[in-house]
Design a protein around this ligand. Structure first.
Ligand code: 8YV
Length: 305
């Protein structure tokens, strides 16, 4: 079996599947063995890890970097482009899972479901009714980044009787309202849902000015923590100008001792958008198929580069 470099960790049940098709080597092991280092043709990783550019420099025979995930902001694309290294991701197979969680987080945030569960468990209900919450129906929901996941999310919103807008990219032939900027979208929306990719182009796209434009609204982040100025978000939530947030991603993961962890108007999720058994198996299958294709001299199934 081909020896490949593995950057990051896969859950045991997925690693066992990889081990049936490839021999995974730790980067440090490869870099200490010049023979191995000169032969290795592939890197496998996951989208929440960073592939160091220094590692790529040390692997002269590298042909493919395959990530299990849709995001590729952790891969030094320019270096890969210069070296004509194929980069692949796993788009499409995780859209449903991410959007299912996103709808769940949106409803949990508006209807304060985690707090309601605590309210019953703690016996607080004996003292009176749970405070009234907020309906989704009738809201203006603005989607930042109308890619595959953004479109899937918009389609799943429609049965809830909301108005859907989108912004942060080009106008598309879709039945939703286009806004030429994130600022104008935030000014229209009651709820911003972040579905854009991570990376330099979207770094802190949602900053204090956008949060001010959103006003006493809500925000759901399904994309990357880097897309939001987290300090500005905390400040808006703490002073109550922003009514609430539901976050699956964070500037630093796992979330550290952030003020977000003590705010009652925030629903927190551990970067679990694609984290279902079925979805992760599908993502890994596509990742491995990309590796086999390129290493056998064939085109990648889902190339980014
Ligand atoms: C996680 C994701 O990276 O697909 C992405 O970009 O953020 C998630 O799917 C997951 O760890 C991928 O294995």
């Amino acid at each position: 079996m081909e020896q490949i470099v593995k950057v990051g960790e896969f859950p045991p049940e997925l690693q066992r599947r990889i081990d049936q098709e490839f021999v995974c080597l730790d980067p440090d092991v490869v870099l200490k063995d010049d023979g191995l280092r000169s032969r290795v043709r592939a890197i496998v990783t996951r989208s929440n890890y960073h592939v160091p550019v220094e590692l790529i420099h040390q692997l002269p025979a590298l042909e493919i970097i395959a990530t299990s995930g849709v995001g590729y902001d952790g891969i030094p694309l320019e270096e890969a482009r210069v070296r004509n290294i194929t980069v692949t991701n796993t788009p499409g197979v995780l859209d449903a899972a991410v959007c299912e969680l996103g709808i769940g987080l949106l409803l949990a945030m508006l209807r304060k479901i985690p707090g309601a569960d605590d309210y019953v468990r703690s016996g607080e209900w004996q003292n009176g009714a749970y405070p009234l919450t907020t309906s989704l129906s009738g809201m203006h929901v603005g989607i930042v980044g109308l890619g595959r996941i953004g479109k899937e999310f918009a389609r799943r919103l429609e049965p809830f009787g909301v108005s859907v807008g989108y912004g942060g990219g080009r106008q598309q032939d879709v039945p939703w309202c286009y806004f030429p900027s994130v600022m104008s979208l935030a000014g229209w929306a009651d709820i911003l849902v972040l579905c854009c990719r991570g990376g330099e182009d979207t770094h802190r796209l949602i900053d204090a000015t956008v949060l001010d434009a959103l006003g006493d609204g809500w925000i759901v982040n399904l994309s990357r923590g880097s897309v939001v100025d987290e300090a500005a978000l905390c400040h808006a939530l703490q002073r109550g100008s922003l009514q609430g947030a539901a976050l699956d991603v964070f500037e630093e993961e796992p979330l550290n001792d952030s003020p977000l962890r003590s705010l009652g108007n925030v629903v927190l999720s551990p970067h679990a958008g694609s984290a279902t058994v079925q979805t992760r198996i599908q993502m890994l299958r596509l990742t491995l198929d990309n590796l086999h294709a390129v290493l056998q001299g064939n085109p990648a199934l889902t190339p980014v580069l």
